[in-house]
Design a protein around this ligand. Structure first.
Ligand code: NI
Length: 156
């Protein structure tokens, strides 16, 4: 287990387009494990590889206890809209309002390179859209309606 350094907005790696993952190897498996560790440690629900400085089309998501590894993900269908608060581990202590599809169907490879289809509504749909944006150098602040607001978390 290893926690990787999360890149913060302003780091140019977050603005680059990621490349397709072509090969499944030990290095990729370690990256996936590290991304989950890093996401859980930061209390996030999603993390994209560019956020740990790796320009590969890979995201990890866990919004409700079901972990998803999405390699080379593509949204093949989306409909409806939802407007709500969004945040990002690369933009600490901020949130903003973003409108996203309320339902998406995403095709990807899982960590064993099996083709999978993930269907999500509400938070899962939002998270899939947000994480896939990272693979094209898009950060939610680009889409925010109104101002970013400061979020403070109470120490426990
Ligand atoms: Ni993000």
């Amino acid at each position: 287990m290893a926690i990787r350094n999360i890149r913060i907005l302003g780091d140019e790696v977050l603005r680059k387009k990621s490349k397709e993952v072509k090969e499944n190897n030990e290095k990729l498996q370690i990256l996936i494990d590290d991304m989950f560790d890093t996401m859980y440690e930061a209390n996030g629900v999603g993390l994209a590889a560019p956020q740990v400085g790796i320009l590969k089309r890979l995201v990890v998501i866990d919004v409700d206890g079901t972990p998803y590894t999405l390699i080379n993900p593509v949204i093949v269908e989306s409909d409806g809209t939802q407007t709500g608060d969004e945040g990002c581990l690369s933009v600490p202590n901020k949130s903003g309002i973003v409108t996203r599809p309320n339902h998406v169907i995403c095709k990807a490879l899982d960590r064993d390179f099996n083709e999978i289809t993930v269907e999500g509504t509400e938070l899962l749909a939002r998270c899939i859209c947000h994480e896939l944006d990272h693979l094209d150098g898009v950060v939610y602040v680009d889409k925010v309606e109104g101002d970013l607001v400061e979020v403070s978390y109470e120490e426990e």
